[in-house]
Design a protein. Structure first.
Length: 68
C-alpha cells in the first residue's frame, strides 16, 4: 500500500516553485548616477571652500537685557 500523500502535480509545482520567469528591469544608467554624485560632491566642496559660516570676534564688555 504505497499511496502518495500529495498529487504529482503538487509535487512538481513545489519543485519548480522558485524557478520563474526572469524579469530584467532597466534602471538608471550608471553614467547618470556617477554624474549626479560628482555634481553633488563638487557643490559640497565649493560651499565649504567659498562661504564663511562663522566668524569669531573678540569684544569687551558684558551682555545685559534690554531696558536694564
Amino acid at each position: 500500500m504505497s499511496r502518495k500523500l500529495f498529487r504529482q502535480e503538487a509535487v512538481d509545482h513545489q519543485k519548480s516553485y522558485w524557478n520563474g520567469r526572469v524579469i530584467l528591469l532597466r534602471g538608471v544608467s550608471s553614467l547618470v548616477i556617477s554624474a549626479c554624485c560628482l555634481a553633488f560632491l563638487a557643490a559640497a566642496i565649493a560651499i565649504l571652500c567659498c562661504f564663511n559660516f562663522t566668524q569669531r570676534i573678540d569684544v569687551d564688555g558684558e551682555v545685559t537685557a534690554p531696558g536694564v
